[in-house]
Design a protein around this ligand. Structure first.
Ligand SMILES: NC(=O)C1=CN([C@@H]2O[C@H](COP(=O)(O)OP(=O)(O)OC[C@H]3O[C@@H](n4cnc5c(N)ncnc54)[C@H](OP(=O)(O)O)[C@@H]3O)[C@@H](O)[C@H]2O)C=CC1
Ligand SMILES: O=C([O-])CC(=O)C(=O)O
Length: 274
């Protein structure tokens, strides 16, 4: 339950109208108290004509590097290759930026310093994961280890650079195959569109070099499955989530909902969760 009390509206801009961006844009258009959809950036506006035409309050269409001109919060919902072009101009102007392509943040970590220097903020949504509140809390104390195992259907992994570069045939798998075991940092390089969750987990906890992840291609699952074990001086906890893929098989349906929940919190009078 979230109780909202707005004094003036926060303007929100979205970059990318894919499986996440369209749902966040629709939610804002339908009304999130205290927030207004002010601008969108799309690669090809013509492709999104039907969606844009269906919005009750059509926002401005701007290039990705201009979104910060028209918004207080810029929400990145694009491929990680576009992350810098979206986030840099926004935080340089002292705006807040919500990042979903969090894997891409590791190679662009200077953006955090840029945001700090200019009074901007970078907000990483929990996205397709679970329990970052507990990991954040445990990290105030000492976390000894964070281990994650990700299992995805074949369609959720196709085209990942690690698979292509190592010439691994996952199309004809009949049983689960462990593709990768290592740090969240290395996983993000090999699977930039598949393990954003591991990077978010690492940033909440003990960082991308100490967070360990296994990635499995699993023809026996239909959901993106993440299991996490955390060992800390305050608690030991296990978490798991089985995400129903969206129209983009790499992206769980819950990701867009997580971004909407994060946006709602920006103006909520009652905030629940860390
Ligand atoms: N943090 C998390 O837990 C999760 C993060 N993700 C990440 O979120 C990001 C978005 O995912 P998703 O919505 O499923 O991806 P989609 O592929 O469905 O959508 C991406 C959108 O970005 C648009 N785009 C591409 N280039 C540009 C550009 N130069 N300017 C403006 N728009 C552009 C695409 O345009 P067009 O429509 O023209 O192709 C498309 O609409 C991905 O990086 C994904 O890896 C995904 C799941 C979970
Ligand atoms: O982390 C990601 O990139 C996406 C993911 O695993 C999921 O949606 O379950």
């Amino acid at each position: 339950m979230t109780d909202q009390n707005a004094s003036s509206e926060l303007r929100v801009a979205i970059a990318g109208l894919g499986s996440i961006g369209t749902k966040v844009a629709s939610a804002l258009d339908q009304g999130i108290e205290g927030l207004a959809l002010s601008a969108l950036a799309v690669r090809d506006p013509a492709k999104h004509q039907a969606f844009l035409g269906g919005l009750r309050h059509p926002p401005q269409i701007l290039p990705i590097d201009r979104l910060g001109d028209a918004a207080d919060i810029v929400v990145e919902c694009a491929p990680s290759s576009q992350l810098r072009g979206i986030i840099e101009p926004a935080v340089r102007r002292g705006k807040s930026a919500v990042v979903v392509s969090v894997g891409g943040l590791l190679d662009n970590y200077d953006l955090v310093d840029l945001a700090r220097a200019n009074g901007g903020r970078i907000l990483v949504s929990t996205g397709a994961l679970i329990g970052l509140d507990a990991v954040n809390a445990a990290a105030i104390g000492t976390i000894h280890s964070v281990k994650m195992v990700t299992r995805k259907p074949i369609d959720g992994l196709k085209g990942a650079p690690f698979i292509v570069q190592n010439n691994i045939d996952i199309d004809n798998l009949r049983e689960p195959l462990k593709l990768f075991e290592g740090s969240a940092r290395d996983a993000a390089k090999g699977f930039p569109a598949n393990v954003n969750v591991a990077v978010a987990l690492s940033l909440a906890g003990i960082g991308p070099d100490r967070t360990q992840i296994q990635v499995w291609a699993d023809p026996t699952v239909t959901r993106n499955v993440h299991r996490i074990e955390v060992e800390a001086d305050s608690a030991r906890f296990s978490m798991s989530i089985e995400n129903i893929p969206s129209e983009n098989p790499k992206t769980g349906l819950i990701t867009a909902l997580s971004v909407i929940a994060l946006l709602r919190k920006q103006r909520a009078t009652l905030c629940v969760g860390t």
